[in-house]
Design a protein around this ligand. Sequence first.
Ligand code: NAD
Length: 319
Amino acid sequence: MIIVPESEIAGLVSAEDAFAAVEATFAAMARKDAYNFPVVREALGEGRQYGFKSGLDRAGGVMGLKSGGYFPGNAERGIPNHQSTVFLFDPESGRPTAMVGGNLLTALRTAAASAISIDRLARKDAKVLGMVGAGHQAQFQLRAAAKVRKFEKVVAWNLHPEMLPKLGAVAEELGLPFEAVPLERMVEADVIITITSSPAASLMSAHVSPGTHLACMGTDTKGKQEVEPALLARAKVFTDEVAQSVTIGEAQHAVANGSLAEGDIVEIGRVINGDHPGRTSDDEITLFDGTGVGLQDLAVASAAVDLAVTRGVAVKVEF
Ligand code: NAD
């Protein structure tokens, strides 16, 4: 069995590696070569959350789970509140093959999903990137998005404006002018990423211009919401997995109020496989509901194992 500690991930897995691994997984999901098992998520009390995301990718020969959760007392212990670890198994024999630190990988695979949606669905001439949210994930989202379009400017809004300068520093590092704006100015954006833990819609349909691509990445649990359902009704809606989109993703609200039909939501893997045209005009709105599936975690963890073995940093243990 191979162990790849959390401390090795930053030096091993690039945004490009994560993009390639997640794109292959979305494609396999749409071909039905890979599927996610039901998510387990439990509230442990005192704000602690713990659960499992798991799946099998027959095409990639990957099976396993991500065990993780949110432990708000960790800040006082000097460790991150979000904790996750990926366990991989041989799909033929069930023997454990690897244990991989999952904290940084979660940010990389989430940013990869959003970048894949931008790459596939945003207008080629997109110039202005709108960011709604400025927390931990936002900086990874911004970096990954900047790799797939030649943005000329970033406009950003966050409920807690004191968090924006940190995101501004990332934009500066990427050579992109950065402006903190009210939500109304998101109409200037060609691509908008939402990445907040909001329980109610911040971004309204009136804040979004025709032709925009949205990557809605923050809503990954029942009860969270980032955008007005009317926006999904106006858009062509794509997702990683339809079952998650309608239950824990952004589409849960539009489907519940009847403004979006489950059957109208398209898995992005179909676009990757060439089975769906994706965007077909410059003025339509496309929206990717990125809910975060277990197979994304397994894909990037598997890439981390391969890279660790190649570069001689994998820890091997008899098990
Ligand atoms: P964080 O705690 O670092 O940041 C939270 C962000 O949400 C901040 O920008 C904060 O200002 C904003 N926010 C908080 N309450 C708000 C409210 N009421 N209205 C509007 N904005 C509000 O969190 P993070 O690690 O950056 O994660 C952001 C979200 O992304 C979380 O909901 C997390 O669960 C989700 N997430 C999704 C995936 C996925 O695959 N889809 C993966 C990882 C994280």
